[in-house]
Every structure is written in C-alpha cells, then in structure tokens.
Write a protein that binds this ligand. Structure first.
Ligand SMILES: NC(=O)c1ccc[n+]([C@@H]2O[C@H](COP(=O)([O-])OP(=O)(O)OC[C@H]3O[C@@H](n4cnc5c(N)ncnc54)[C@H](OP(=O)(O)O)[C@@H]3O)[C@@H](O)[C@H]2O)c1
Length: 244
C-alpha cells in the first residue's frame, strides 16, 4: 500500500513515524516547497516524486495535511487524480469539507485529536469509506464517528475553539503574572485545582500557540465563519489576541 502526502510538516512527519509497516510505503513531492519542508522530507527518508499530481495518481491513500487556507485549493487541483481514499486532516470548517467532497471521489474527513507528537494522538474519521481506514488503528488509535463527511469537522471545530481560546487566556494571564513577578506562584495556585502538571502543560501550550500563531489565527477565523449564528464573544477575543 502507498500513502501519499500533500504537506509535510508536523502531522505528516509523525504519521510516517507511527505507521511503521513493511507493507506500507510513503510518497510526497518537493514541488515548490520551502527548505524546511524539503529538510523534513529528506529526514523522513521517503520516496519523492516530481509533482503532487504524480503523488495523487500513485497513492492508495492520499493525505492532505497542509494548512486550512490551502486545503480546498489542493483538493481542487489534485483530488480528481486520486482513485483510492483522500484523507483530509486539515483543521477546516465543515463547509470547506463539504466543498472538498465535490472534488474528490472518496473523501474521508479526519481529525487528529491531541498534539500529533504527543504520546497517544487519536485519529477520528467520518465518511462512507472510513471503514477502510480502520486498519490504521494498528498504528494510531483510530475511531470512526459516522458515515457522514463533515461530522468530524464539526467536532474538530468545537474542540479547536475551546483549546485555542483557553490558550489565548493563558498567554494573557501569564504575561500579567510575569509583570507582577508572580509567575511561579500563579502556576502553583492554579495547579491546586487544575492538576499537578499544569505548569508544564501550560508552558507547552503557550509556546505551541506562540510558535504557530498565524496558523492558529487562520483556524479561529474558520470557526468564527462557520458558527456565525452563535454567541462567539470569547472566540473573537482569542482571535484578536492571537493576531497581535
Ligand atoms: N500539528 C498538529 O498536531 C495538528 C493536529 C491536527 C490537525 N492539524 C492540521 O493539519 C494540517 C498540517 O499541520 P502541521 O502541523 O503538519 O502543519 P505544518 O507543520 O505547518 O506543515 C504544513 C506543511 O504543509 C505544506 N504546505 C502548505 N501549503 C501547501 C501547498 N499549497 N501545497 C503543498 N504543501 C503545502 C508546508 O510546506 P511549506 O513549508 O513549503 O509551506 C508544510 O510542509 C493543518 O491544516 C493543521 O491545522 C495539525
């Protein structure tokens, strides 16, 4: 079986590490990619084809893991060349997922919950062909939600709005605590109710958010567009914070 990638950042690199089987090989392309991505691909030691069209044509499963902004464009460009399953792992809105479905023969809507490089990331999938990906459970805990493309996208948005808004609040509170020279004490008293490793988890969450604030802000914009009929006061404030 051949698994192809469009996008070779954190998600794809870690999937290659996790899906460790002599029966599965991986392909991608350097086509117009940054030096960082080229380096990631070289380090993963996987096969490199000339173009992403070649990758799409040759893949039994094509994984799209690039960015929320490029996901639809990539599906429009390459989705039609995939005979097997097109697994979209981007944090996109359910509307975008349904739009992608128009350009792809067999779409499975996917979400990695928890950081991909955490000890136990979990993959949630939905779509009529999702059953065909349950073999991945051997390598990464995998759950099928339903036959409906879009269900995982809704769950993903809800989770994402919660965690990113919380991260923005954490960044703000920590900055204030630092200003008063009370950072250690701030984490100490929060750990009393939030759990022992709260400080470590928070610092990791803050760094992660600050290191990819542009992508996280894009994701919040998608959430705001999709849930626009709801009260989004907190999420809009988080977007403002992450855009600063
Ligand atoms: N990180 C996580 O734990 C996690 C969890 C769940 C979902 N996701 C979602 O999964 C996706 C990938 O996340 P990530 O953490 O792997 O991102 P990342 O580390 O920023 O990597 C993004 C990759 O996509 C490539 N890319 C961007 N636009 C492209 C295009 N038009 N054509 C081909 N490749 C393109 C980038 O290449 P260049 O460097 O050349 O631009 C890079 O290799 C995102 O949509 C994210 O929301 C991430």
């Amino acid at each position: 079986m051949i698994i192809g990638f469009i996008g070779f950042g954190n998600v794809s690199q870690n999937l290659v590490k996790l899906i460790n089987s002599k029966d599965i090989s991986f392909i991608t392309s350097f086509d117009e990619r940054s030096s960082k991505t080229v380096e990631n691909i070289k380090n993963s030691n996987i096969e490199v084809l000339d173009t992403f069209k070649d990758v799409a044509l040759k893949s039994d499963i094509l994984i799209s893991a690039n960015s929320p902004k490029s996901a639809l464009n990539i599906a429009q460009k390459y989705g039609g060349f995939v005979d097997g399953i097109y697994l979209d792992l981007n944090n996109i809105s359910p509307d975008t997922t349904l739009e992608i479905n128009k350009h792809v023969k067999s779409l499975v809507d996917g979400a990695i919950i928890g950081k991909i490089d955490s000890v136990n990331p979990i993959l949630y999938i939905s779509g009529e062909k999702a059953n065909e990906l349950l073999f991945l459970n051997e390598f990464i805990e995998t759950h099928k939600i339903s036959d409906d493309v879009g269900d995982v996208a809704i769950l993903k948005l809800l989770r994402s709005s919660y965690t990113k808004t919380l991260s923005a609040l954490l960044i703000e509170s920590t900055q204030i605590a630092e200003k008063y020279n009370l950072e250690d004490e701030f984490f100490d008293i929060l750990s009393l109710t939030e759990g022992e490793n709260f400080r470590e988890k928070s610092i990791s969450r803050i760094n992660n958010t600050l290191n990819s604030s542009k992508r996280k802000a894009e994701e919040l914009e998608e959430i705001i567009n999709y849930f626009e009929d709801n009260d989004l006061t907190m999420i809009i404030a988080a977007l403002k914070k992450l855009s600063q």
